[in-house]
Structures are given as structure tokens and as C-alpha cells.
Write a protein that binds this ligand. Structure first.
Ligand SMILES: [Mg+2]
Length: 398
């Protein structure tokens, strides 16, 4: 089988209400949907972060990929995106989307799901966390979450609808002490839930240590990227040994894993098949974490159904995952895959697709519809907030 064409489509899908995080807000989610065409008529699907720079990566790699056999993934990796090319030229995100599509083609060619290419599944259903954000009101004037009371009632609605037993509270938006009060309100409302927080490295070491002390009696599942950089994370870890630290920002690549373990930077590595250069590479990274005695979780970057399926196959085949996976997926109002959005089980899980490859197909009408919306959206920029023009968030914010 030979790859004959590489195509991608910018897509924007609306969400229930604009999400706020430390450095801006998301009006909706935008991604590039990738298709690899082959001489055998099979089409492999991939997906990556959007934006002109990612489209540029795909444009550059397209010529190198045409004519290759999608089964020869090591050859393709070294040709398109070696570790040094990933680090020096930063093309890992575009490459990862192409890797998803190669694995999708492999699975379709032999009639087996992608998880079977990774050693097979050790679980059929992946548990997910409900993802709590502060939100602006949507165009109908609903959905706002700006204080503790609104956060608790939003969390109740999510738990009732999806059955989540883990909740992730996105921090770094309101002053830290206000967010602590909201965390404590969530803990009171959900005494048995696992609750994690993620201020996206918006806090200084001083603030992070003070907040960790205030939260010490409130059963934080883990504290994700309170500060920026491995050295600062190490400082927080050494000063707050009772709290479990996780990261997808200071530690997000293969070469970070060994130094992170040596420096005692964290306890939970949040893998992401996009950031680690594909599903197969993230699977290997999980093995490295196992050897280093690090726990494994999953980071989410606002995926559509193709990337969500990639995550499901990855997690189905990783033995050493203990925390519920993060996912923005429940915020989406629709998806570009056939049959509509992937469904949650009644207790907040999602079944691993059983069809060949990634097990999802495109809904061409929806792809066209949401591509139209993408034409009117600024793609790829998460670092601005249209409701706060001129505001530039520095690190640390507090
Ligand atoms: Mg994070």
C-alpha cells in the first residue's frame, strides 16, 4: 500500500459556552482533520491542533509522505519527524496527526482495531473525568460559570448527565484564594469524588506552596502544573510532599521523562498522543514511565472524535494507567464523525471502538458544515480573550 495524497481540513465546532483558562478563552474548538489517501482506495484519518503553523508542518511533510507505505512507521518517523526535528523545528503536532492516520490505515488494511497493533486491549471502557471550567455565557445568555455556587451547580449537572466520579477543576482564572474556596465547595458537594486541579502554571512557587497548604485537608487527587518549569515543580514538590504532582506542561516529551524522575519533579505524567509524536510513541512513553515508577494519566487538548478515538485505543492498551483520563469532549455540541458524538457510558466512561483502524469514519456533510465555520474563526490561537482586549497574561499571574 502506498500513500498517494495527504489532505487536511480546518474545522471549527461550537461548544456549549466559551471556556476560560489562565491565558485566554476558547470560543469553540478548532482542529485540522487529516486524510491520507492510498493506492488501495483506503483512507486513513488523523487529527491535530489547528493553526497556520500546523498547516505549514503538514504542507512540508506532505511531499515526504507521498509514496510511503503506512506500515513502515519507523522509516516515516525518521524521515518526517526525528526527535531532533521535533525539538528543533517543532513539527511534532502535525506529525502526530499523520501517525494516527497511518495506524488507521494499518488497522483498516488488516481488519483490526488500532489497540490490537499496540499489544491488544487490557480494558474495554476508559474512565473519563468531568472537566470543570469557568465559562462566559453563550450566545443564548446561559452557561456562565463565574463563582463557586455556579461551579458546584455546573458540576452537579455534569455528574448527573454523565456519571463522572472524577472532576478536574481548571484553575488560574480567578485569584487563587477564591479558587481554593470553590475547590472546598466542590469537595463538600462531592465528598467521594476524586478532585484534581490545574492552574496551567499560572502560580509562583510561593503561591503554589501556600495554596497546597490550604488544600492539604481537602483530598486533592493531584495538583497539575501549579508552576512553570521542572525546577520550579521540583521546588513545589520538595516543599509540599503530601500532595501528588502531575504535569503536561513542564514534562511533555520523551526526553523530559528521565530528568523529571531524577529531579523528583512529579508523580503523574499526563501523556498525550499529540505531544509525544503519535499513539505508538505515547504507548512507549507509558512503558518508560512504568520503568521509572511514574504514574500515567492523559492530557486533553480539545479533541474531536478522531483524536478521541486515538486516545481510547492508546488507553485501552496501556496497563499502568490509574487516573481517569482528561477530556474536553463533553463540551462539544457536535462532531465530524459518522453517527454523531461518541457516547459516554452511564458512569462517565467511553467504550473503545471495535471497528478496524481507529474505528471512526467521517460525516462529510458535517465536515463541510464545520469547515465553513472555520473560515470565520481565528484558528489556533488560545492565548487571547476577546472579552478582555489588550490583556496579556504573564507567568506567574499570581
Ligand atoms: Mg494541564
Amino acid at each position: 500500500m502506498k500513500i498517494t495524497d495527504v489532505r487536511w481540513t480546518p474545522v471549527f465546532i461550537p461548544i456549549e459556552a466559551p471556556l476560560r483558562y489562565a491565558y485566554g478563552s476558547h470560543p469553540g474548538f478548532s482542529r485540522l482533520v487529516i486524510e491520507l489517501h492510498t493506492d488501495e482506495g483506503l483512507i486513513g484519518l488523523g487529527e491535530c491542533y489547528s493553526g497556520a503553523s500546523r498547516e505549514g508542518q503538514l504542507r512540508e511533510m506532505r511531499a515526504l509522505l507521498i509514496g510511503e507505505d503506512p506500515f513502515q512507521l519507523e522509516r516515516i518517523r525518521w524521515k518526517l519527524s526525528s526527535p531532533s526535528a521535533q525539538k528543533l523545528f517543532g513539527n511534532v503536532l502535525g506529525y502526530a496527526g499523520l501517525e494516527f492516520a497511518c495506524l488507521d490505515l494499518q488497522g483498516k488494511a488488516i481488519g483490526r482495531p488500532v489497540c490490537d497493533l499496540l499489544g491488544g486491549r487490557v480494558r474495554d471502557v476508559i474512565p473519563f473525568a468531568g472537566y470543570l471550567f469557568y465559562r462566559y455565557p453563550n450566545e443564548h445568555g446561559t452557561g456562565e460559570v463565574s463563582n463557586g455556587e455556579q461551579m458546584v451547580s455546573y458540576a452537579r449537572a455534569l455528574v448527573e448527565r454523565y456519571g463522572f466520579s472524577t472532576l478536574k477543576f481548571k484553575n488560574g482564572v480567578m485569584p487563587p484564594d477564591e479558587e481554593v474556596e470553590t475547590f472546598i465547595a466542590l469537595r463538600k458537594a462531592f465528598p467521594r469524588a476524586r478532585l484534581r486541579i490545574d492552574p496551567n502554571a499560572a502560580w509562583s512557587v510561593t503561591t503554589a506552596v501556600r495554596i497546597a497548604r490550604k488544600l492539604s485537608e481537602h483530598d486533592v487527587e493531584y495538583y497539575e502544573d501549579p508552576v512553570w518549569g521542572m525546577r520550579a515543580m521540583e521546588r513545589v514538590n520538595s516543599k509540599t510532599p503530601w500532595i501528588t504532582l502531575a504535569s503536561n506542561m513542564s514534562v511533555f516529551a520523551f526526553e523530559d521523562l528521565a530528568p523529571a524522575a531524577r529531579m523528583n519533579v512529579l508523580d503523574v505524567v499526563l501523556l498525550d498522543p499529540h505531544w509525544y509524536g503519535g499513539i505508538a510513541r505515547a504507548h512507549i512513553a507509558a512503558g518508560v514511565c512504568e520503568a521509572l515508577g511514574l504514574d500515567v494519566g492523559l492530557h486533553s487538548g480539545a479533541e474531536f472524535g478522531i483524536s478521541q478515538a486515538a486516545a481510547l485505543h492508546l488507553l485501552a492498551s496501556i496497563p499502568n494507567i490509574s487516573a481517569a483520563a482528561d477530556s474536553h469532549y463533553h463540551h462539544l455540541t457536535d462532531d465530524i464523525i459518522a453517527g454523531g458524538k461518541l457516547q459516554y457510558t452511564k458512569d462517565g466512561g467511553m467504550a473503545v471502538p471495535t471497528g478496524p483502524g481507529l474505528g471512526v469514519e467521517l460525516d462529510r456533510d458535517k465536515l463541510a458544515k464545520y469547515h465553513d465555520l472555520a473560515k470565520h474563526q481565528e484558528m489556533g490561537s488560545w492565548i487571547e480573550d476577546p472579552r478582555r482586549p489588550g490583556v496579556v497574561a504573564v507567568q506567574p499571574k499570581w
